[in-house]
Design a protein around this ligand. Structure first.
Ligand SMILES: Cc1cc2nc3c(=O)[nH]c(=O)nc-3n(C[C@H](O)[C@H](O)[C@H](O)COP(=O)(O)OP(=O)(O)OC[C@H]3O[C@@H](n4cnc5c(N)ncnc54)[C@H](O)[C@@H]3O)c2cc1C
Length: 459
């Protein structure tokens, strides 16, 4: 399956993806000719070809049928090597299907799951809309969308400011039930279909964003106006569901990041093998050669960390709160992976541009695209700051680092492991302000240490 994907992307997909990135971004048709609001997103037809292919190959249906996330993340890895942005729709569709499977009533599942798991081009897409105009990091304060009970369903009103896959047939949406508590604890997660029961639009797309990358993905601003929504789980457990959705995306982000770094390096390598300076191929100059070797090792480590987060998630994804210790371990590894792989992708994409010299900044050759795409990976699904602080929290509150060190004990040299462990413990004993202020270097060392240790085992 992966070979077939790879062959298709090389022969057809790459050209389509390049053209869309340069000149084919989707646009919004808000009204029909009679002035009726339709909010239709118009794409180049070729976009549907690449998009639908991933769904047909099983980026969502395999998870539901095979009860494993591995095929989905393998596909995402494989496709991101050619088009990192298109994995956003796949990830958010997964982020819609999984909470429906776990928390949806039998009636909701019967109504919506068959559409999300279709194997043909009529498959429905999902979306995950949390962020509002006041921000994505502090959802407890920033989410102002309100949900009112209305018999069989809820009515949601509010604005979502970054809504990727803005035309999805079904979205999971964070909103606060009327009179629920303030802060994140009062948030709930709702399923919101594109059309109401009576066939009218259930949400409205105010506009699409003009972005530096993921240009094939329609990221819009969505207005909820008494939009019909269906509660997932219970109203007071919404924050857990929201975090579970985010975790699926963070792991995907890590996989996309390593694929992107690998792609940027592959392009840099093929250029360095052919470009000559000072009498030989630039790859043969000791400085550049050494950089390639170092970066290849770092890529292997980053991949091992990303893949460990996939495997741990695959162990725990059907758990519900209260979570097991393995789930807390997963959370720490997922924060380390999201943080470190995205930083590595940005750094590698910048370096790969430099290897191309002046050609690196020309849009016609594509090296610059990987840097644009990488910048998004470091920001959405929680910025690097958020990963560090949330990682710190799971160490403080759940002692997740203890489980991580136990896991690494069989493979890591014992002196290095002890040093790392005491560094973490010392850090956690710092006064709160200092603990936060100085967290980044510690978190980076822990991420690299974990990545390198895991890479050593997987050799
Ligand atoms: C292309 C794109 C598509 C997106 N699609 C979606 C989507 O489909 N659904 C969705 O819900 N969201 C989506 N987002 C939003 C994304 O998740 C947010 O941009 C992200 O979570 C950061 O939120 P913010 O942009 O509001 O920044 P803010 O939360 O305003 O943060 C601003 C800066 O302050 C930093 N900061 C915040 N708190 C702290 C702290 N305690 N300590 C240190 N630093 C801090 C942040 O790290 C950041 O650097 C998308 C974003 C992009 C770029």
């Amino acid at each position: 399956m992966l070979d077939a994907e790879e062959g298709w992307w090389k022969n057809e997909g790459v050209a389509i993806s390049d053209a869309i990135d340069r000149a084919g971004t989707p646009w919004l048709r808000m009204f029909d000719r009679l002035g009726k609001r339709v909010d239709k997103i118009v794409y180049p037809p070729e976009y549907q070809t690449i998009l639908r292919r991933g769904y047909r190959s099983g980026v969502v249906w395999r998870v539901l049928e095979e009860k494993s996330l591995i095929p989905s993340y393998l596909l995402i890895y494989n496709i991101s090597f050619h088009d990192p942005g298109i994995c956003c729709p796949y990830t958010v569709s997964l982020g819609t299907a999984v909470p429906l499977v776990k928390y949806g009533s039998a009636e909701l599942q019967a109504r919506f799951l068959p559409q999300l798991s279709r194997k043909d081009d009529s498959v429905w897409q999902g979306a995950t809309w949390m962020t509002e105009i006041k921000g994505g990091s502090d959802l407890g304060v920033a989410v102002e969308s309100i949900a009112q009970p209305a018999g069989e369903c809820w009515l949601l009103t509010g604005d979502k400011y970054f809504a990727s896959n803005a035309n999805a047939e079904l979205a999971v949406v964070a909103a606060r039930p009327e009179e629920a508590a303030t802060g994140v604890r009062g948030l709930a997660l709702f399923l919101v279909p594109r059309y109401r029961h009576d066939g009218e639009l259930n949400y409205f797309i105010r506009r699409l964003k003009d972005k530096i990358a993921t240009r094939s993905v329609p990221t819009g601003e969505v207005e909820l106006k008494d939009s019909e929504g269906y509660l997932l789980g219970s109203a007071d457990s919404g924050i857990y569901l929201i975090l579970e959705v985010l975790n699926l995306s963070r792991v995907a982000n890590s996989v996309v990041s390593v694929a992107l770094a690998q792609r940027a390096m592959a392009d840099a390598l093929s250029y360095a093998e052919h470009r000559a300076a000072f009498g030989k191929r630039i790859l043969e100059h000791p400085l550049l050669r050494h950089q390639f070797e170092n970066r290849l090792n770092a890529l292997r480590s980053a991949f091992a960390l990303a893949w460990d987060s996939v495997q741990l998630l695959n162990d725990v994804w059907m758990e519900r709160p209260p979570y097991s210790d393995r789930h807390h371990l997963f959370r720490l590894v997922a924060h380390l992976a999201k943080y470190w792989t995205a930083e590595f992708a940005v750094d590698t994409a910048k370096w790969a541009m430099e290897v191309h010299g002046g050609l690196g900044v020309l849009t016609e050759y594509g090296a610059e695209r990987w840097l644009r795409e990488a910048m998004i990976l470091a920001i959405w699904e929680g910025t690097s700051h958020r990963q560090i602080l949330d990682g710190l929290e799971v160490m403080e509150r759940k002692r997740a680092h203890k489980m991580l060190f136990q896991r690494l004990a069989e493979i890591a040299p014992s002196k290095e492991l002890q040093d790392m462990e005491s560094e973490v413990e010392q850090h956690l004993r710092l006064p709160a302000e200092e603990r936060e202020a100085l967290a980044e270097p510690l978190f980076r060392r822990l991420a690299v240490f974990t990545a390198e240790t895991l890479a050593h085992t997987s050799k």
